[in-house]
Write a protein that binds this ligand. Structure first.
Ligand code: AMP
Length: 630
């Protein structure tokens, strides 16, 4: 079957296509309906079927591959590693599940996981899905204000955390950030389970904080059977930024997600049982959920969990791991490759990389020089793929597992099976069918299995945000601009909203603005994303001060810039820190008072600002130009 036929079948014969894919996973009770879509845009997949994500990721492999490594943990930060077989993973997950249950955590309860890249983070995720609890992993790089807003939204019964992480050999304490977040939050988790790595001494809150090592000893022989849940039972929520300051809890189901991942592992990533996948993302991001934890384990693969930088102890560390563990499938981001590009390829070429079949890159646009450099250095295909936290797995890619597809530079490829991708006119909502014409990338309802069910506890926001932004029709908006060429290949041209993408991580400019506004000296602020050769984009902030004399001298401005950056670091985390903060006496706005973000961004990138007829105060824009020049 050609790829085009396969894809057409996934849309036109949706139910039979997905019923077939559903056989890739184990079900306790068979489903009675493939897709329930009588209340669009809500879709329920594999209705009344019961299953369990942890069973599919762990237990079902025990008979055939109990002795095979499931998880390989390598930390170049603390110079430790751990090889964990499926049988051992099964034990550790049951111990963790028993600890959770002993604290009263059951099906439907939320558990927030705020952890570095250590095996216990994976045990915690799997333990949650094992007992039907809903995990919400918060990226370890986020700080207390970000964490507090997620605690308040998820309302976890329990938090699993650790004393600290480590970056470039330097310990980063997590506990003070967590304690501060709980202090800021209205919701108070009953318990905090602390993994003590001996990295960062911390204070325990009596009656609330539990020690993981102690609890684990208590449950060494625990046997915790999987709780069979309905296919539509939420497996996790994962927060992502939007155009408002309040992050959205992307809610994922159980059965649809398992089936979607299994399908993607076969059709796109071509990972086979017994092989090794190395995904360099973090468990705090969607890529980590899908392709460090659940995807490879559902497929019976060995997955590598790497704590460390790609450049330490030297820039060949990833390739050492590829050689040592015979990695067949690798997944990373363009930014990470651009970091490596600064180093000589000689060290890389000393490693035997013949096991590697493909390197998948996602999260941000892949530029041609980066793609060419890495494909020549590795001698294997580089496969760009485009998706979002919301979808959980790729929307656009090359499904070479179905039929080998030609790749085109700059394009993440073709719609993935199950995705009915359209380009629509922003103003009219009409389909754009002519090639090479710009439109909004949209997806017809129902979204395929694995995509978000709703926004956690906010169906109205789900409908309004994603399904009502394109006029005159009910389609899911990705908020990305795109074009499609004569062969149907898509090219992504950037966001339609105020979301920026720094090193493949999505950040909301509003969240950063809110954090900067909390600085007592700041009256008003605008944050925009500006093109950056390494990170794709960086955040740049323009602030108006209550008392302009505070930044009157270059020294004073520099000091204030440092203070503002520190505030963002402490509240949101270093990922959100603006690369520059400039002080102006006014921000460029329209006569009706709307910020001219596009014009600000254009000035920062040295581009033409376009139509400025609505600009209220030309002096403000000139001042911005001068500020950027200096
Ligand atoms: P996130 O939800 O953080 O994964 O961010 C998703 C956003 O990242 C998308 O809406 C795109 O703007 C961008 N993105 C992800 N993958 C790609 C890609 N392969 N090419 C271009 N942009 C991408």
């Amino acid at each position: 079957m050609t790829y085009a036929d396969y894809h057409r079948r996934s849309i036109q014969e949706r139910d039979s296509f997905w019923a077939e894919q559903a056989r890739l996973i184990d079900w306790q009770q068979p489903f009675t309906q493939v897709c329930e879509h009588d209340r669009p845009p809500f879709a329920n997949w594999f209705v009344r079927g019961t299953t369990n994500l942890c069973h599919n990721a762990v237990d079902r492999h025990l008979a055939g591959r109990g002795g095979q490594n499931a998880l390989v943990w390598v930390s170049t930060e603390v110079d430790q590693e751990r090889l964990i077989t499926y049988a051992e993973l099964h034990q550790e997950v049951q111990r963790m599940a028993a600890i959770l249950q002993a604290q009263g955590v059951g099906a439907g309860d939320r558990v927030l996981i705020y952890m570095p890249m250590i095996p216990e983070a994976v045990f915690a995720m799997l333990a949650c899905t094992r007992i039907g609890a809903i995990h919400s992993v918060v990226f370890g790089g986020f700080a207390s204000v970000s964490l507090a807003s997620r605690i308040d939204d998820a309302q976890p019964k329990l938090v699993v955390s650790a004393d600290g992480g480590s970056r470039s050999g330097k310990a980063i304490a997590y506990k003070p950030l967590l304690d501060e977040a709980i202090r800021l939050a209205a919701h108070q988790p009953e318990k905090v389970l602390m993994v003590d790595r001996g990295l960062a001494p911390f204070e325990r809150v009596a009656g609330r904080d539990l020690d993981y090592a102690q609890e684990r000893t208590r449950h060494l022989d625990a046997q915790v059977p999987c709780t069979w849940v309905e296919s539509t039972h939420p497996s996790y929520t994962l927060y992502t930024s939007g155009t408002t300051g309040k992050p959205k809890g992307v809610q994922r189901d159980t059965g649809g997600y398992a089936v979607a991942l299994a399908t993607s592992m076969r059709d796109i990533f071509q990972g086979r049982p017994g092989e090794t996948l190395f995904c360099t993302s973090d468990i705090g991001w969607v890529v980590g959920h899908s392709y460090i934890v659940y995807g490879p384990l559902i497929s019976g693969m060995t997955t590598i969990l790497y704590e460390g930088l790609p450049t330490r102890p030297d820039a060949s560390i990833w390739w050492q791991l590829v050689e040592r563990f015979k990695v067949t499938t690798m997944f990373s981001s363009p930014t990470a490759v651009r970091v490596l590009k600064k180093f000589d390829t000689a060290a890389m070429k000393q490693h035997d990389l013949r096991s590697l079949r493909a390197l998948f890159l996602a999260g941000e646009p892949l530029d041609e020089p980066t793609a060419t450099w890495i494909s020549q250095a590795l001698g294997c295909p580089i496969i760009d793929n485009y998706w979002q936290t919301e979808t959980g797995w790729p929307i656009l890619a090359l499904a070479n597992g179905v039929e080998k597809q030609r790749s085109k530079f700059g394009s993440p490829g073709l719609p993935v099976p199950g995705y009915d991708v359209k380009l629509v006119d922003e103003a009219t909502g009409e389909d754009i069918t002519a090639p090479n014409q710009k439109g909004v990338v949209a997806i017809e309802a129902p979204l395929p299995p694995g995509c978000l069910q709703t926004v956690w506890r906010d169906d109205a926001r789900f409908v309004k945000t994603y399904w009502q932004s394109v006029p005159n029709r009910l389609v899911y908006s990705t908020f990305d601009w795109g074009v499609r060429d004569e062969d149907g290949y898509f090219f992504i041209l950037g966001r339609t909203d105020d979301v920026i993408n720094v090193a493949g991580h999505r950040l909301g400019t509003r969240e950063i603005e809110e954090s900067i506004s909390s600085h007592p000296a700041v009256a008003e602020v605008a944050v925009v994303g500006v093109a950056d050769a390494l990170k794709g984009q960086v955040a740049v902030a323009f602030a108006v001060l209550k008392d302009p004399t505070q930044a009157a001298t270059p020294e004073a401005a520099l000091k204030l810039e440092g203070e503002v950056m520190k505030r963002v670091d402490e509240q949101l985390g270093a990922v959100a820190r603006p690369a520059r903060v400039r002080f102006l006496s006014a921000l460029p706005k329209t006569r009706s008072g709307k910020l001219l973000r596009r014009a600000i961004q254009a000035v920062c990138e040295g581009r033409d600002t376009g139509d400025l007829t609505t600009l209220d105060d030309p002096a403000a824009l000139q001042q911005l130009r001068d500020a950027m020049r200096n």
